[in-house]
Design a protein. Structure first.
Lengths: 343, 343
DNA sequence: CTGTTAGCGCATTCAC
DNA sequence: GTGAATGCGCTAACAG
């Protein structure tokens, strides 16, 4: 920073500088540095040395301009908290290869105007593809098909079936939860869900009820819907245990709810997992690992989602036929102390 | 995506296309679209219309190449969780103006090699500036002064005093905590800190002890150091109350610790805030708002930090004299139910 | 193997 | 007011 005073920037080295210094032509310098084969080893060495001496940093802008690709993708999100977007970003970076591809992260903050703005900015910067990340699994408006770059929707699927969307398989998650509780020897299972207006809430419930049905079991009481909060988890668990003291397992729609439920069980002196087992959803580490006992939960594999999204973007860039529709990605059971006694 | 099959991309409109369609020269089209004054109003209208008709999207790459600035900044982080980096990103976007400037987010994952990689990628993409975000307030290695762009370090300051660093004023935060407890009428105050190896832990303690001293009070017991976890908060609180049942206020080094402490107080049937008040640090919403009662805490104003960082980057770009050293930014007390009875 | 030439899309002189 | 020409830094034909 120090040397930038008064706009008197020292001009940054250019490929011509390298060529001149190595005593070759611009084209040769380019080939040498880009590892093209049509260059004599000795020449290449000279060029590389020259480049290093003046710490040449290739200008990707110029390169992108002529190659007509930027090795850059846009991540357009409305997930303020970053609970989903960050694992997805990491997965995408992984798939792209760190440093080879960079990611523009734009937060639309749930505002359609701002989203339009950012989308435009991304297009002006000629990103090679766009990953759209929502914060719920409810369908979101498509960006449309007029875009000159491939788009993949992650977590929140597009409402247009001809777009490609990747979203966690909440039904399978719900099913997995119940199957795990049954495997733990439970049969009097209740369900505390979140906000019924969320597709995620309903899907998870659906999966759970299906698994119960398959096992010839019935849910204890009704599915309890309200909000995605610890408070609701506490209140719901209290109501539940008053009305159905016989329950031995609680499936929760989220980790927050599960934490609340565990809290209440503790207050009521019901042992977890001996007396009642509890399972959450999301594997939100900060919540799941700090509860007493730690929370068994379902992980949506967001990082994997990001990786897959990146691959799909790549395929589309490379001109492969692009897939369509909503793809439900596998989720994963993470077992902790709330369903199995640790030793 | 649909129309991209087989690499047969419909060529995206260029400025020449616009010019041709409007029946003017390329130069005139450029001037018209960029709001330069040397253009007849009627001509400008025609050009703008033409641009819209073919949905012209200016190529920022080309523009950046000639203007020698990209309106892009890099955000280089090692904060996996995004607890700090996201508010900072939002603040920066705010200051830059959404869409005008875009942000490359790179996650080095605490790995120096990967950081070097990403740094290089950012420089090749000719970002106008770089914001480096660490995940602790301990000093981190400087990126050096050889960089052709301004750099601002946020949260984790640079170990080089001639760099510009912005970090929250943890001392002031510690002081604020104690002053608030005293204002709540407490005088038998204990301190549960986190990991002593963190500068943040020590700074917060220092501020707290200073405030106690100024008030003529003494800490009850010793400052308790261990780890930044809810478990430690629970354990420490239990020890504390056994040894010093008279305490009426607990200052915690983080919200996690505070939640643990509140948990224990609840188990021990000590009322919060009536009997004992508790204050945390970080204002980590998910933790602070879901505890019973909700947590009074210190907010480090990360968003504000991001905004300031962006401004400093701007100033440096515009050639203003760049500041140096570590700047401690004000923090903010957020009062909730753990120190004051809600009605 | 190496060098010359021609753009990539745009902003900017400087004539007209 | 407008347009022809120049160049930003680089890659990709081509010709030697």
């Amino acid at each position: 920073m120090v040397q930038r005073e008064g706009r008197a920037e020292r001009r940054v080295a250019t490929l011509s500088d390298v060529a001149q210094r190595a005593g070759v032509s611009l084209a040769t310098a380019s080939k040498a540095l880009n590892g093209r084969s049509e260059v004599a080893p000795a020449t290449r060495q000279r060029v590389i040395a020259a480049a290093e001496e003046i710490s040449f940093t290739p200008n990707q802008l110029a390169r992108s301009l002529v190659e007509n690709r930027t090795r850059t993708v846009g991540l357009l999100t409305s997930d303020l908290e970053g609970r989903f977007v960050l694992p997805i970003l990491i997965g995408a970076e992984d798939a792209f290869g760190a440093g080879r591809v960079d990611v523009f992260l734009c937060d639309a903050r749930g505002d359609a105007v701002r989203e339009r703005h950012h989308l435009n900015a991304l297009l002006e910067r000629r990103v090679d593809g766009i990953i759209v990340v929502g914060r719920q699994t409810d369908p979101r408006p498509s960006l449309g098909h007029e875009l000159p770059v491939p788009v993949v929707y992650v977590y929140a699927p597009s409402d247009d079936p001809s777009d490609l969307s990747l979203t966690p398989d909440n039904r399978a998650g719900g099913r997995l939860s119940v199957e795990h509780l049954i495997a733990c020897g439970r049969s009097r299972i209740a369900y505390i869900s979140g906000d019924r207006s969320y597709v995620a809430a309903r899907d998870r419930v659906e999966g759970a009820l299906g698994a119960l049905d398959d096992a010839g079991l019935e849910l204890v009481g009704e599915v309890m819907y309200s909000e995605w909060s610890e408070h609701w988890g506490r209140d719901a668990a209290a109501m539940l245990l008053t009305k159905h003291p016989e329950i031995d397992g609680i499936v929760c729609g989220s980790d927050q709810i599960a934490r609340g439920a565990i809290d209440t069980l503790r207050d009521l002196r019901r042992a977890v997992p001996d007396d009642v087992v509890v399972i959450g959803f999301d594997n939100w580490e900060i919540l799941a690992t700090n509860s007493r006992p730690a929370l068994t939960t379902i992980d949506a594999n967001m990082q994997e989602l990001g990786r897959t999204a990146a691959q799909r973007i790549f395929e589309a860039i490379d001109g492969e036929v692009t897939e369509q529709g909503i793809h439900y990605q596998p989720v994963r059971l993470v077992i902790r102390g709330s369903t199995i006694e640790r030793r």
